[in-house]
Structure formats: structure tokens, C-alpha cells
Design a protein around this ligand. Structure first.
Ligand code: NAD
Length: 453
């Protein structure tokens, strides 16, 4: 049986995906799919994750349409050959970088922002002129089914395919020949993806996760810090790859910070977050059980309530944290926030450096020297200073990890560039043909070379 990669390769080789008009049309169709079916998407996100409609709209609809609209606006510019200068020894010549698509791209997405994390890379691949196979997460079942129904209705299925399914289906895809694999998810599967890519020497982008720290020094505006951390942490009930994972706060202000967090939680979600329309749910019983057991790693000082039937876990803050517990070992990826008092920012820097490079790092301080030290003294995929999450929303800042948190960055221009090969082309003129470079290599020529090279 012909594999989906082979079918799409035949389309790609036919040249269908090359004209900018085809790419623009497909990107417009993607926007149409999201806009015409917005209510259904929001409903599916609510079924999978209890996602509040406003949150779903911002993170999984508007974020995607914003990125795609920018790709449409810049389609010509980002696919135009770039002139570069040529060295004297190549005279007479001109040099260009010609952006070319890579071929057939595979995009594998996770469940936490199941529309955004699938469609933004798919759009980048299309804008660059590739054919693309997309594999939504089987964990976000309703959203996967909806995409499975709508993508073939709106997109050109001869070049843009969707394959639904779990491990067997993904394993089958990974055995096929792709020209780039873009994977978002956990590091264990990231390693499986990278190992599979070896067979065809396929380049990979890995958007992984990890424990993203927050460092707060004594000079920080604690009220603002608490509100910004509370927003970034309890968005999507903590199931965000760059959610603050744990907080290291100067011990002199630690209690005050926890009081501010309590106020922030109450002002966002009321006294009973379970009845709030603005608070999500845990994606599956498996993750609910995992998170419930992580709570034993500290003392609950805020929240802690759970309800297995509705997969609800309250916004929860833990103090007196056991640094050797599972809570501090694995990425939490849920609504639990350990708060750890520290003697100085240096202690936090040392702790961060003793662990794998995080996907995101946050520092809150009014002291520029502290911010400088944290930035210079740590490595992370990306940073927001005096805030959380927002570096991801700037299309001019490539989003991605480093080391254990991933490789490669996307969003904005970098999200198209990722799926292009910039082919270097040097074109020589023929009206002159200086003989200096040709044999025989005389002493005179050697002298000239010594001067010009
Ligand atoms: P998931 O379980 O949905 O898995 C992701 C994808 O991998 C799915 O499409 C799934 O079908 C596939 N998969 C699962 N097991 C597989 C296997 N054995 N072989 C081949 N494919 C397999 O999502 P997840 O991994 O639980 O997602 C959560 C993780 O993703 C967290 O670590 C989070 O930090 C990270 N994440 C990173 C980003 C980012 O942009 N860097 C964004 C969101 C989530």
C-alpha cells in the first residue's frame, strides 16, 4: 500500500505546492476553517480540557489566525531570494540565497493547545511551499475528531493530509520518509522521534518541555509578580509547556508573596474556582491521578481540593517543599505551584544550572543588576522578565527550547524559515574571465594571492 508520505511526495514532485497562489489559498482556507467553525472548536476544547471559551479563542483560534495572516502578508517577502555580497576572488559574480521548500513535512502535536500547536507549524510548512502531514494528539479526542473532519473539507488533501491516531499510527508515520519532522510533546517521545529520523537523515524540530523556574528577588513588585505568575500558571489549568513550574523567592518576602498569590487567585477565580467559568480541567484521569499524587511533595497552603469525576484540581500552592520529591523532579504540567524560599538569587541560579535547561525562565526584580545576573548566569529556551508566557506571543522572538527542552525555534518569520532550505547560488558573468586562478601557478600569481587573500 502506498504510504501517505509517498502520496504527498508525488504531489510535491508535481510542483503543485510551489506557486505562491496555491500557498496563499491554503493559508486562507485554514483561516476560513477556524473562523467558520469557531463555535465547534471552542466546544471541542471545552470537552477536552474544560477550556474557558475566551481562553480557547485567544490561544487556539486568534493566535493561529494571527500567525497565518502574517504569513499571508509576508508570503512574497519571506520567499524572495536574498542578494548577498560576493568576495573579490569570485569576480565577476553575484550571489543569492534562494528559499526552497524541503519537500514533505510531518507535524506531530500534543493535546494541551491542540489546535495552535498543530496548525501553526503546518501553516509555516505550507507558506514555505511544502506538502504536509499533520498528526493531532489522540489525548484531546474531541479536537482531534473535529480537525479530522474539517481539514479534508477545507484543505487540498492531495498535499495537506491529516492522520488521526495514537502510538501505532504515529509509529507507522515515523517509519515513512519525510524531509522534516516537527514534534511537540514530551522528551521521551522526542527521543523516539529523533531516533526514527535517523533512518532517512531527516532533520527534526523538537518542541519539548521541562521545569520552567521563576526567580523573585526581594526588590520585586510582589503584587504584580503574583498576578502575572497566577495568570501564567493557571491558564489552561497549568497545562502549558511554559507555565511557571516552581517559584524560588527571596525568603524575606516569601510569606508576602504567598499572600499576594492568594489574593490573585481569589480575584481571578473567586472563592470557589470549581464554579468559575474561567478555570479549566485536567485533560485525562491519568494526568489527574499523577497530579494528585504529586501534591505529597509539599504542604498545601492554598487550594488542594480535587474532584476526580470532573477532573478538577484547584489552583494549588505548596510550601515546605521536599526538594527530593517527584514534585521537584518531573515537569508538573498542572495547577500545582511549589514555592521555595531562597537566601539570594544566586542560590536560584545555582539550582537552575544544576538541572536541565528549561524551556522558559522568569525573573521578577526591580533591580537591573539582578536581572542581568540571572540572564547571564542561566540558559533557557526563552525568558520573560517581570512577566510570564509573553515572550511566546512575540512573533519576532523565535520560540523553542535548548538541550532537554528541545531544538529549533518557530513563530513569525522563523516559523516559515524552519521549513525552507536557503539554497546558496553564485552566478558568474562570462564577459571577463581573469586567468589569475588558473594554472600554471607562477610566482607572480602567488604574490598577488598573498596580497588579496
Ligand atoms: P501527547 O501525549 O499528546 O504526545 C504528543 C504526541 O506524541 C501525540 O501526537 C502522540 O500521539 C505522540 N506520541 C505519544 N507517544 C508516542 C510514541 N510512543 N511514539 C510516537 N508518538 C507518540 O502530549 P505530551 O507529550 O503529554 O505533551 C506534554 C508535553 O509536551 C509536556 O512535556 C510539555 O511541556 C510539552 N509541550 C511542549 C510545547 C512546546 O512548544 N515546546 C508545547 C506544548 C507541550
Amino acid at each position: 500500500m502506498t504510504s501517505v508520505a509517498d502520496t504527498l511526495r508525488a504531489t510535491y514532485n508535481s510542483g503543485l505546492t510551489r506557486p505562491l497562489a496555491w500557498r496563499r489559498n491554503q493559508l486562507e482556507q485554514m483561516i476560513r476553517m477556524l473562523e467558520e467553525n469557531e463555535a465547534e472548536f471552542l466546544e471541542a476544547l471545552a470537552t477536552d480540557l474544560g477550556k474557558p471559551a475566551v481562553e480557547g479563542f485567544i490561544t487556539d483560534i486568534a493566535f493561529v489566525t494571527g500567525e497565518v495572516k502574517s504569513m499571508i502578508r509576508n508570503l512574497k517577502k519571506w520567499n524572495r531570494p536574498q542578494r548577498v555580497s560576493s568576495p573579490l576572488v569570485t569576480f565577476p559574480s553575484r550571489s543569492r540565497l534562494i528559499p526552497e521548500p524541503l519537500g514533505v513535512v510531518l507535524v506531530i502535536a500534543p493535546w494541551n493547545y491542540p489546535v495552535q500547536l498543530l496548525l501553526v507549524p503546518v501553516a509555516g510548512a505550507i507558506a514555505a511551499g511544502n506538502a504536509v502531514v499533520m498528526k493531532p494528539s489522540e489525548v484531546s479526542t474531541a479536537t482531534s475528531a473535529l480537525l479530522g473532519r474539517l481539514v479534508p473539507k477545507y484543505m487540498d488533501t492531495s498535499a495537506v493530509a491529516i492522520v488521526e491516531g495514537g502510538v501505532p499510527e504515529t509509529t507507522d508515520l515515523l517509519g515513512q520518509h519525510f524531509d522534516h519532522i516537527f514534534y511537540t510533546g514530551n522528551g521521551t517521545v522526542g527521543r523516539i522521534v529523533m531516533a526514527a529520523a535517523v533512518k532517512h537523515l531527516t532533520p527534526v524540530t523538537l518542541e519539548l518541555g521541562g521545569k520552567s523556574p521563576v526567580i523573585i528577588d526581594a526588590s520585586a513588585n510582589l503584587r504584580v509578580a503574583a498576578r502575572r505568575i497566577a495568570w501564567g500558571k493557571w491558564l489552561n489549568a497549568g497545562q502549558t509547556c511554559i507555565a511557571p513550574d516552581y517559584v524560588m523567592v527571596d525568603e524575606k518576602v516569601s510569606d508576602r508573596f504567598i499572600d499576594e498569590l492568594r489574593d490573585a487567585i481569589t480575584s481571578f477565580f473567586g472563592d470557589d474556582p470549581q464554579s468559575s467559568d474561567s478555570y479549566g480541567r485536567i485533560v485525562s484521569p491519568r494526568h489527574f491521578d499523577r497530579l494528585s499524587s504529586l501534591m505529597s511533595g509539599g504542604t498545601v497552603v492554598i487550594g488542594g481540593e480535587t474532584d476526580a469525576d470532573s477532573r478538577y484540581i484547584a489552583p494549588t500552592v505548596l510550601a515546605q517543599v521536599n526538594m527530593d520529591s517527584q514534585l521537584m523532579d518531573e515537569e508538573i504540567f498542572g495547577p500545582l505551584l511549589p514555592v521555595i524560599p531562597i537566601a539570594s538569587p544566586g542560590e536560584a541560579i545555582a539550582y537552575v544550572n544544576a538541572h536541565p535547561h528549561p524551556l522558559a525562565l522568569y525573573v521578577f526584580s526591580e533591580d537591573k543588576a539582578v536581572v542581568r545576573n540571572v540572564l547571564a548566569g542561566t540558559t533557557a529556551g526563552g525568558v520573560t522578565v517581570n512577566g510570564t508566557i509573553l515572550h511566546l506571543t512575540n512573533p519576532n522572538l523565535p520560540f523553542g527550547g535548548i538541550g532537554e527542552s528541545g531544538m529549533g525555534g518557530y513563530h513569525g518569520k522563523s516559523g516559515v524559515r524552519l521549513f525552507q532550505h536557503l539554497k546558496p547560488v553564485l552566478t558568474r558573468g562570462t564577459r571577463m574571465d581573469p586567468s589569475i586562478a588558473y594554472p600554471p601557478y607562477t610566482e607572480r600569481k602567488a604574490k598577488i594571492f598573498r596580497k588579496v587573500l
